[in-house]
Design a protein around this ligand. Structure first.
Ligand code: ADP
Length: 574
């Protein structure tokens, strides 16, 4: 439905007011006019009736003729009725043909009360008539009547006048409505339209009204309000964007709940752990009593607390949880929870503790042996022939200590950012060949078949030659060390367009599937005693892994117990 415009409303209300006033004025004036007119007629008829009554007292031979003459003279109808109601004379009709008038209200009233009046429609004349009857004193009744046509004409004239007034008022009102629509309606419509546009989100819209009256002031205030609203929305949007950017930038999980515990905001860090949670309750999402207790505390008691919690997602992850209440003035309106993933940190901490323990243990073993040997020597064995045996022990253990310390230094050197790799363009074949040459004699001592497989073309590679050589040497050393006498060790270099593969294959004891993921850990040895006996420190593969990863490469192993092992270093050629 089309809503009426402001000016139409004004116009309609004016019309209603004019109509109401005109109609009530017309009604009242008609009633008053009628009353006044009838009173006038009444007075006139009353005088004339009295006069006619007096005339009756004179003896007249022909009453009816006289009455007709008199009636014409005064311009009123005169009727003389006897007390039985018979018409004795009438100024307009033949009394002989007239019916009995005893029941006429004015006649009955005149006989009863002295004066009788009535307004009725005369069927004889076809108009409303005013009748006035007075008894003449000798038992007869004089009745005078006039048609009420005059009053009808007067009332009709009055009505015409009022209709003209209403018509002229309407034209005048149309003019007023037009002026109002120009001066008030249009600016107000413009303000209304602009308000609608602003409500729809077009904050750039402004009202264009230049008048200096109240509407002009309203327009100026409106524009200022729109300006203010725009800048506030801009500020809120900026703050919201900033908050979103910060939240997106935080790698840890962050979520906000309202005071009822419903999730209202989450960041990608949290969504990675618990996807699609906005709108749900935190206790439905996080099924962990410790975390839920922290949030509950923040929401109910306003207490901010933090706790380390383990979650199984499904692998174990360790989080440091911080839950803090959000307050508006003093009231708690929600809670903000941050989940810091400290799994790696914890792992590192554990590794550090293990490492210190391992290093101490590894150092203590040879030291105890050295101390034991020195003690024995001091107790007199120095002079005996067995002294060389103890000096051998000291030498072996010192060598072991030396290689342990060397490995540790290598490891820390690769790990520390200070000693960066020195990358240069090298031919990988040279490196592999050097390692082969270095270990040839060791393999021969164990009667092992040590083979080298190299491509014919140079294999140019960007790498730290010293480090990569050390990594390959560690793998070859292990292969020769763990492969029994007369076994076979193959060192090969394969290339593709993108990659270089260095493989060390042996026919040694192989590695059990359970041990494979762990052999690159520091100090991890499948058979500790055997490794130690063979002079191993448990750090060789760990060093290989670090060197290869520092070159953005990968090291892997394919092995089955009893079927030998194949260690593969893959390096990118770029
Ligand atoms: P280690 O000083 O003991 O050689 P590494 O880190 O080099 O230490 O190796 C870790 C463990 O992995 C070894 O103790 C051994 O059990 C296993 N391993 C490494 N290379 C081989 C191989 N070629 N054949 C069988 N086992 C191996």
């Amino acid at each position: 439905m089309v809503k009426p415009r402001f000016t139409t409303k004004i116009f309609l209300s004016y019309i209603i007011i004019v109509l109401l006033i005109s109609i009530s004025f017309a009604v009242f004036s008609t009633i008053t006019l009628k009353k006044y007119y009838i009173k006038n007629i009444e007075e006139r008829l009353s005088i004339n009736t009295t006069l006619v009554g007096e005339l009756l007292h004179k003896k007249t031979p022909s009453l009816d003729r006289d009455i007709k003459k008199l009636g014409r003279k005064i311009g009123e109808r005169i009727t003389i009725i006897d007390k039985t109601g018979r018409v004795l004379a009438d100024s307009e009709k033949d009394p002989y043909f007239m019916e009995n008038h005893a029941l006429r209200p004015e006649v009955r009233m005149a006989l009863k009360e002295g004066v009788g009046k009535s307004i009725r429609f005369s069927r004889t004349l076809g108009v409303d008539m005013f009748y006035l009857a007075i008894p003449s004193g000798d038992g007869r009744v004089v009745r005078l009547s006039v048609p009420l046509t005059e009053i009808k004409t007067a009332i009709h004239g009055l009505r015409c006048m009022f209709l003209s007034v209403i018509f002229i008022s309407c034209i005048f009102l149309l003019l007023v409505a037009f002026i109002i629509s120009r001066t008030i309606g249009r600016p107000i419509s413009s303000i209304a339209e602009t308000a609608e546009d602003i409500a729809r989100g077009d904050l750039k819209k402004r009202v264009n009204v230049s008048s200096e009256d109240e509407i002009g002031r309203l327009a100026i205030s409106f524009n200022k309000m729109a300006e203010e609203l725009g800048s506030r929305i801009d500020a809120i949007t900026r703050e919201k964007n900033l908050l979103e950017t910060v939240l997106h930038g935080i790698a840890d999980g962050v979520f906000v709940t309202d005071k009822n515990g419903k999730m209202i905001l989450t960041n990608p860090g949290f969504e990675r752990i618990f996807p699609r949670t906005v709108g749900r309750y935190y206790y439905e999402v996080i099924r962990n009593d410790e975390i839920n207790f922290l949030i509950e505390k923040a929401l109910n008691s306003g207490i901010q607390e933090s706790k380390e919690v383990s979650l199984y997602l499904p692998d174990e992850k360790i989080f440091q949880i911080y839950a803090a209440p959000i307050r508006d003035k003093k009231e708690i309106t929600g809670a903000c929870t941050v989940m810091l993933d400290i799994t790696n940190l914890k792992k590192l901490e554990r590794m550090r503790i293990d490492f210190v323990a391992n290093v101490s243990h590894e150092l203590r073993t040879p030291l105890t042996a050295i101390q034991g040997a020195i003690e024995t020597l001091k107790r007199g064995a120095l002079k005996k022939q067995s002294a060389t045996e103890f000096v051998d022990i000291i030498e072996r253990q010192t060598t072991r200590l030396g290689s342990l310390i060397n490995d540790l230094l290598d490891l820390s050197g690769i790990e520390s950012k200070e000693r960066k790799m020195e990358f240069e363009e090298i031919d990988a074949r040279d490196m592999v060949q050097r390692v082969y040459a270095n270990f040839k004699r060791t393999a021969k001592k164990k009667s092992q078949e040590f083979c080298l497989d190299l491509p014919e073309e140079p294999v140019i590679l960007g790498a730290d030659p010293e480090k990569i050589e050390q990594a390959i040497a560690n793998l070859v050393d292990n292969a020769i060390k763990f492969t029994p006498d007369r076994g076979e060790v193959i060192l090969s270099l394969n290339t593709s367009k993108e990659r270089v593969r260095i493989e060390v294959k042996d026919t040694g004891p192989g590695i059990a599937p359970d041990d494979i993921p762990r052999i690159f850990e520091r100090f991890y040895r499948v058979d500790k005693a055997r490794s130690r006996k063979l002079g191993g420190t448990g750090l060789g593969l760990s060093i290989v892994k670090h060197i290869v990863e520092a070159h953005n490469g990968k090291v892997g192993v394919e092995s089955q117990p009893g079927k030998g092992s194949k260690f593969i270093i893959t390096l990118s050629r770029r």
